[in-house]
Design a protein. Structure first.
Length: 169
């Protein structure tokens, strides 16, 4: 199934999507692509807000803001995500539900990639409204959706690791 259709399906059936990805010949380059694409879209989502901030406070130019965001999101965030995936794998192991590292990374990277359309919307809302309560509330919605997809993905990979290839929603 296509990437965009899987992203859309992740909002309703995240476990089925992750199961299909995990059992569909998943390899590390695919996970690296999910990580890089998610980070790239998060970087793009910041552009409207950075432009607004540069207009309101010209002491820091748009180029400086974009450079900082580029370094943070495209170079540091991917490394941080690999570290968080390792911590998730360790937490699952300590909880008695060990999963392969590749599946822990899949759960995290896919969850982040699945919410990037909402992050793009959040960037537009923040650019239009600024730091208002409505923009912050939408940020909470994005966080909630991310956590929902992540928890469901982790549950599914833990079930698959225990031999539940016939897992259900």
């Amino acid at each position: 199934m296509s990437l965009t259709l899987n992203i859309l399906r992740s909002y309703r059936r995240p476990r089925a999507v992750v199961r299909g990805l995990a059992l569909g010949g998943l390899r590390e380059p695919q996970l690296l692509f999910f990580n890089a694409l998610a980070c790239g879209l998060i970087f793009v989502a910041q552009w409207p807000g950075l432009s607004r901030a540069a207009t309101l406070d010209p002491s820091i130019t748009l180029e400086q803001r974009m450079g900082g965001a580029l370094f943070g999101v495209m170079f540091l965030l991917p490394l941080l995500l690999y570290g968080v995936a390792g911590l998730l794998q360790l937490a699952l192991k300590l909880a008695g539900r060990p999963v392969p590292g590749i599946w822990a990374r899949l759960a995290l990277f896919w969850s982040l990639l699945a919410v990037t359309p909402l992050m793009l919307m959040q960037g537009g809302i923040a650019a239009l409204l600024g730091q208002t309560a409505a923009a912050q509330m939408f940020g909470f919605v994005v966080t909630g959706v991310f956590l929902y997809i992540l928890v469901q993905s982790l549950r599914e990979v833990a079930l698959l690791a225990r031999g539940g290839a016939d897992a259900t929603e």
